[in-house]
Design a protein around this ligand. Structure first.
Ligand code: ZN
Length: 207
């Protein structure tokens, strides 16, 4: 699996025209997170490995999934005092699945970067997925209400997840972290999907 070399927006990790510059969307409407690093595109082979990790707890695929992200991180500046926050799962979902795949990824990245993992920094208080019938603003409000920061929150936090789709979950977590005192929030994901189109409105981030 390889990372394509087209320039990516440093804020949302989607393809952009000018290397190192935020894309038009992030320029016009900056998201609440400050930077995103993605290892891979969400191609069929990547999806297959992520499903193996997520639904079959096949940790043998972790190395293949994390290596491209680690390679990206070599060229990325991140503060040594930043902490890693695995995207929280609702406790019920965690109980059903038995593990949080984002925590497995964060632990693998912590070994590589020396950063600390703080899995309890944000709690997921609601598990209901956003409704397709809701407007974007309603979905944002519902998602934000689904997360709760547990102070004290460090200045710099990096949210770790398997896939970023719309970025709405990462945005919601970044909002609660910043409201609780974080100055900078980054996002590290194994894979990034292409930009969703209007017809993908039902294709929401669901962890
Ligand atoms: Zn962007």
């Amino acid at each position: 699996m390889r990372q394509d070399s087209a320039p990516k927006c440093p804020v949302c990790a989607l393809p952009t025209t000018v290397a190192g510059q935020p894309c038009l969307d992030c320029h016009q409407t900056p998201p609440p997170f400050d930077a995103t690093v993605a290892g891979l595109g969400f191609e069929p082979g990547v999806r297959h490995l992520i499903h193996a990790l997520k639904y079959r707890h096949d940790t043998a695929v972790l190395e293949a999934l994390c290596a491209p992200l680690r390679a990206q991180l070599c060229a990325t500046d991140f503060a040594p005092d930043a902490v890693l926050l695995p995207m929280p799962l609702h406790p019920t979902r965690l109980r059903d699945r038995g593990f949080n795949q984002a925590a497995l990824i964060a632990t693998a990245l912590a070994r590589h970067t020396g950063l600390r993992v703080m899995p309890d920094l944000v709690r997921r208080t609601r598990s209901d997925p956003p409704q397709v019938t809701q407007t974007a603003a309603e979905r944002r409000r519902a998602l934000r209400a689904a997360f709760e920061a547990v102070p004290p929150v460090p200045q710099r936090v990096i949210v770790v997840d398997d896939v970023m789709t719309t970025g709405s979950s990462a945005a919601a977590v970044a909002r609660v972290l910043k409201a609780a005192g974080a100055q900078w929030v980054g996002v590290w994901v194994v894979a990034r999907t292409p930009k969703p189109t209007a017809s993908d409105a039902n294709y929401l981030d669901m962890t």
